[in-house]
Write a protein that binds this ligand. Structure first.
Ligand code: NAD
Ligand code: UDP
Length: 333
């Protein structure tokens, strides 16, 4: 297949590029580099032995997208491009509507104009809002608690309407739980700008000494040790989930939503213990107040992905932490 990855130089896009290129697909990257670097192409070449084409552009540029789809005879698109910081979306919702909603509409117009009808969309467990029950299956009611989450939900709903209006579309919304870890080469991984919002990159920066200690947000949740529980999924497992979804999509018209998680939740303190094992010493932390808007626990029922795609996560928490640590060490000067 000839596959376009919007947001292809980003964290999840670059790992998916590795898996797809190594599976023999022709992969084209499209990214405005607002949260990634063009040098990712060099690192992908080191890993795969292939220099993947990168088109530098914004997904809101419909004409550039249409030309790219034609020039590379693209048959399927994976749409990663978008902004993802919850706090920033609360402060600047228009920025999020422009990138995530307008960007997707422009992509859909370009796909419609060029006859490309297979789309995998990067969705998120955030579309479930606050969990009503656990584990969360795809039947769980949807909702949103912030502008970022609303963009994911709105896009899913737009895609649903589109697929219902025209039976030629094949669309899968992949609802990621908590992506973490890095490729085993240590060449690509997650490198957030500024102070990390997420647990894994924060722990990695504490381990290098860039930050003094981890602040654990709350130890009075109704969980085994009182700290928040999440479903951390290795980014390479996630990447393989995209390959499985693309394979499935070819014979599956319509719209579907599929969880990509492990089905297993871990608490913040369990994550601290796992990261401490990876670095070979205790990771310093202190308990603080809960973070506003956080939920106690969130983990997937991942059985639909296994039944439908034949996919399940293979890597464990130690693989996640050791790969994240190897990447962080290689990228700390
Ligand atoms: P990322 O920021 O590393 O990658 C996104 C890429 O999109 C970046 O390279 C960025 O430069 C690019 N981009 C942003 N806006 C663009 C635009 N208007 N035009 C072209 N390129 C643009 O983020 P990621 O973690 O790889 O996330 C990828 C997707 O997965 C996002 O849609 C995100 O919302 C979704 N997602 C991520 C997580 C997570 O925890 N990382 C969880 C659930 C869903
Ligand atoms: N967390 C924490 N300290 C941090 C960052 C996160 O204790 O500096 C906790 C957070 O409260 C949650 C878990 O770690 O229970 C995962 O948080 P993250 O932001 O990575 O993912 P999300 O909450 O969006 O699922």
């Amino acid at each position: 297949m000839n596959i376009l990855l919007t947001g292809g130089t980003g964290y999840i896009g670059s790992h998916t590029a590795v898996v797809l290129a190594q599976a023999g697909h022709r992969v084209v990257l499209f990214d405005n580099l607002s949260n990634s670097q063009a040098s990712t192409v060099d690192r992908l070449a080191q890993i795969t032995g292939q220099r993947l084409p990168l088109v530098v552009g914004d997904v809101r540029d419909e004409a550039l997208l249409a030309n790219t789809l034609r020039d590379y005879a693209i048959t399927a698109v994976v749409h990663f491009a978008g902004l993802k910081a919850v706090g920033e979306s609360v402060a600047n919702p228009l920025l999020y509507f422009a990138n995530n909603l307008h960007g997707t509409i422009a992509l859909l117009h370009a796909m419609q104009a060029t006859g490309v009808r297979q789309l995998v969309f990067s969705s998120s467990a955030t579309v479930y809002g606050n969990p009503h029950y656990l584990p969360i299956d795809e039947q769980h009611p949807t909702g949103s608690t912030n502008p970022y989450g609303r963009t994911k939900l709105h896009v899913e709903e737009m895609l649903f309407d589109l697929a219902r209006s025209d039976a030629s579309w094949h669309i899968a919304c992949l609802r990621y739980f908590n992506p973490a870890g890095a490729h085993s080469s240590g060449l690509i991984g997650e490198l957030p700008n500024g102070i990390p919002n997420n647990l894994m990159p924060y722990m990695a920066q504490v381990a290098t000494g860039q930050r003094a200690e981890l602040t654990v947000f709350g130890d009075d949740y109704p969980t085994s040790d009182g700290t928040g529980v999440r479903d951390y999924i290795h980014v390479m497992d996630l990447a393989e989930g995209h390959a499985a979804a693309l394979q499935h999509l070819g014979s599956q018209p319509g719209w579907d939503a599929i969880n990509l998680g492990t089905g297993q939740g871990y608490s913040v303190l369990e994550m601290v213990a796992a990261f401490s094992r990876a670095i070979g010493r205790p990771l310093p932390y202190r308990i603080a107040e809960r973070r506003a808007g956080d939920t106690a626990a969130c983990y997937a029922d991942a059985s639909k992905a296994l039944t439908l795609l034949g996919w399940q996560a293979k890597r464990n928490l130690d693989d996640i932490c050791s790969s994240a640590w190897a990447f962080q060490q290689a990228h700390t000067t």
